[in-house]
Write a protein that binds this ligand. Structure first.
Ligand code: MD6
Ligand code: FE
Length: 203
């Protein structure tokens, strides 16, 4: 594992998880998705579907529907409580996030080859002192990030399977998104694609 401080508050840990750890986490995510299947979030008001499908684990999960964005304890379609956060992820948080309180939410994003994520800020949480820790599995993506306002200059980086990105401090509220998936860059997932897990303190 090597760590790169990309800018103050934004740290990239390359290959924080080796292949065996990625396979183990993949299997745990598969198990979670058996209990709480991927759902199709839609944009508030317009109802336009995201190209990414989502699920969650932990006490709270992030959802988006016509009523808005929020954290809630259960699956929006089935009412099933979100399963616990896997120990592997809690360990990454303890080792890398340097934040006293444990995460209470973990969003699971699944991207097929054509999915992407528009520029956004993560500002639905109550405590911005807590960082967000993101884990990538499967195909690589081009991740884009900018400043605290929309439309300024941006930079991009490639996130690969096993990489961990931490957003904290002055980078906590920066705009970011996923330009595109780079298909066939990993053999980890079947069906192929990319999974991104983000650990947060929602409350
Ligand atoms: C993704 N990530 O990598 C999207 N948000 O698929 C995020 O939106 C994100 O990586 C907050 C903090 C870290 C992230
Ligand atoms: Fe985000």
């Amino acid at each position: 594992m090597t760590v790169v401080e990309i800018r103050p508050g934004l740290r990239l840990y390359k290959t924080a998880l080796d292949r065996a750890a990625q396979e183990s986490l993949r299997d745990q995510v598969r198990e979670i998705l058996r209990a709480v299947p991927l759902f199709q979030p839609v944009m508030p008001r317009t109802g336009k579907p995201f190209s990414v499908r989502m699920s969650n684990c932990g006490p709270l999960g992030w959802v988006s529907d016509r009523a808005g964005y929020r954290y809630q304890p259960d699956h929006p379609d089935t009412g099933q409580a979100w399963p616990p956060i896997p120990e592997t992820l809690l360990r990454l948080w303890r080792d890398l996030a340097a934040y006293a309180k444990a995460p209470d939410a973990c969003l699971i994003n699944y991207y097929d080859a054509t999915a992407k994520m528009g520029a956004h800020q993560d500002i639905d949480e109550q405590d911005f002192n807590a960082p967000i820790l993101s884990v990538s599995l499967g195909d690589s993506c081009r991740f884009r990030f900018g400043g605290d306002t929309r439309g300024g200059s941006t930079q991009s980086l490639i996130l690969e399977s096993g990489d961990v990105l931490i957003f904290g401090g002055p980078a906590r509220k920066m705009f970011h998104g996923v330009d595109r998936i780079l298909p066939k860059t990993s053999t980890l997932l079947d069906p192929p694609g990319r999974i991104n897990l983000t650990l947060r303190r929602a409350r």
